[in-house]
Ligand binder design. Structure first.
Ligand code: NDP
Length: 500
């Protein structure tokens, strides 16, 4: 470490540069008082008769009442999806399906500001992230899969790809519109119809998306949205007329779904939890690596399945990395998700906040050392400061369990092989990051890490052309890329083989 670097690390974070508030206007969003279910291209009252409020996690203020679909509602929605599948959508030429999907992508772009504000309002994520990441990526997914709709024969030569039928899609609350796009876009491109259940705490962008479907002129019943809680998800999964289930969420619910559909012949993809290792070697560009650590764990309050929640630092650079990290953490602004200066927004729900608090308490009890930069949390709403734990043993709960919050656990290693062993020492296998100057070391590590996605000198980068998915308890199946089409297709022929 040079003298200059040492001085920088000791100097306090400049506090004179306070940011004036820069709130994004809420006026662009027109909320209804009450939302029904979107079935067969119409808004319908739930047969269950149940409505519940959805609240802003930053202020605890109720935003709107949302229908809670029950078994009967799910049955009607699946019926509408089946009818749309049989009466035109599945036999439409791919080039015609593509037109609708392109239109959806374009309308999403046109209305991106409205979607970004609504996403931050309902889910608590900083507006900077919904504006610059969630919504542009959601539109990009529709653009990307629109391009495949008329090229399936080329994507899968000699295999005669056919749509599967009705897809049940269940999504979580951490990237509501983006997870919708990851699921709906490939399903439509391949000629399937959809019943989607958004998460209980973040239904509003999925409901606004219904308006986009109408604008795009999508035929009724091709996409149906049934809001509600886990009960609606469970009903959807077990419905006999569903052909494929796509789920993103907790490993626990993923396992329950797998048990529920065992033996039914339904196709299944599961994208579950993670406990990713972000591995920093001693030759890495440290300032960039620190940015990567911060982005890896504090992006979206750490509500990211592929978050870099375990930091593995080579022992020789442990001290400067931790010093730089703590200094950088002191500059993170926690607060109003709708303020354009905010880095860390609100925790999505009271339940999630309690889960984070419980795991942080467990970390302290087990003997890890906690650091939180001084920061004032808003009085209302659910917030948690950026947190780092040092002195962590691999057996601690904070090193094994998914916290799904802005909490980082730091471990050290000496050799690449030790880094591989520690990185793989978890039940999960969704993602990993490697920071080093050496390309060969990235390849060495990437081929040994049991993780579906491995980032080199970056973290949390997403692209619709790139497949995403896990190993082990992080699930199976891939979303994104060419691979993301396959779970929505049946094949008549065998894959092309070479050389017998
Ligand atoms: P869940 O797995 O419960 O929620 C994901 C989705 O599944 C939601 O739409 C949920 O509905 C629905 N669901 C719940 N129960 C069932 C069921 N039996 N059958 C079908 N669908 C169901 O996640 P939680 O919101 O409870 O979060 C708990 C933990 O899961 C987090 O702390 C985090 O560790 C992890 N998680 C991981 C995610 C990931 O992307 N890997 C995403 C979200 C959470 P509803 O919202 O109404 O409960």
């Amino acid at each position: 470490m040079t003298e200059i670097e040492r001085k920088q690390d000791r100097s306090p974070v400049p506090s004179a540069f306070d940011y004036a508030p820069a709130p994004e206007s809420r006026d662009v969003v027109q909320l209804e008082e009450r939302y029904g279910l979107y079935i067969g291209g119409e808004w319908v009252e739930p047969r269950s008769g149940e409505y519940q409020p959805t609240v802003s996690p930053a202020t605890e203020e109720p935003l709107a009442e949302v229908a809670y679909g029950g078994a009967e509602d799910v049955d009607v929605a699946v019926g509408a999806a089946r009818e749309a599948f049989s009466n035109g959508w599945s036999s439409l030429p791919g080039s015609e399906r593509a037109k609708y999907i392109y239109r959806i992508a374009r309308v999403l772009q046109e209305r991106s500001r409205e979607f970004a504000v609504l996403e931050s309002l309902d889910g608590g994520k900083p507006i900077r992230e919904s504006r610059d990441v969630d919504i542009p990526l959601a539109a990009a997914h529709f653009f990307y899969y629109a391009g495949w709709a008329d090229k399936l024969e080329y994507a899968f030569p000699n295999r005669r790809p056919q749509p599967v039928g009705v897809a049940a899609q269940i999504i979580p609350w951490n990237f509501p519109l983006l997870m919708l796009a990851w699921k709906v876009a490939p399903a439509l491109a391949t000629g399937n119809t959809v019943v989607l259940k958004p998460a209980e705490t973040t239904p509003l962008t999925a409901l606004l998306f219904c308006d986009v479907l109408r604008q795009a002129g999508l035929p009724p019943g091709v996409v149906n949205i049934v809001t509600g809680d886990g009960r609606a998800g469970a009903e959807l999964v077990k419905h006999p007329d569903v052909d494929k289930v796509a789920f993103t969420g907790s490993t626990e619910v993923g396992k329950a779904i797998q048990r529920a559909i065992a033996g039914t012949g339904k196709k299944l993809t599961l994208e579950l939890g993670g406990k990713a290792a972000n591995v920093i070697f001693d030759d890495a560009a440290l300032d960039q690596a620190v940015e990567g650590i911060v982005n890896g764990i504090y992006f979206n309050q750490g509500h990211v399945c592929c978050a870099g929640s375990r930091l593995l630092v080579q022992e020789s650079i442990y001290e400067p990395v931790i010093a730089k990290l703590k200094r950088r953490m002191g500059t993170l602004r926690v607060g109003d998700p709708l303020d354009k200066n905010t880095d860390v927004g609100a925790i999505n729900s009271k339940e999630q906040l309690e889960r984070i608090q419980e795991l942080v308490a467990a970390g302290e009890e087990e003997g890890a050392e906690i650091y939180q930069p001084p920061c004032r949390l808003p009085e209302k709403g659910w917030f948690f400061p950026p947190t780092v734990f040092t002195n962590v043993a691999q057996s601690y709960r904070i090193a094994q369990e998914e916290i799904f919050g802005p909490v980082l656990s730091v471990l050290t290693f000496r050799t690449p092989d030790e880094a591989v062993e520690k990185a793989n020492n978890t039940a999960y296998g969704l993602s990993a990051g490697i920071w080093t100057e050496k390309g060969s070391r990235i390849l060495y590590m990437a081929s040994r890490l049991r993780a579906g996605v491995v980032w080199g000198n970056t973290f949390n980068r997403f692209d619709p052309t790139s497949p995403f998915g896990g190993f082990k308890e992080s699930g199976f199946g891939r979303e994104g890329g060419l691979q993301g089409l396959e779970p929505y297709l049946d094949f008549e022929g065998k894959p092309e083989t070479f050389g017998g």
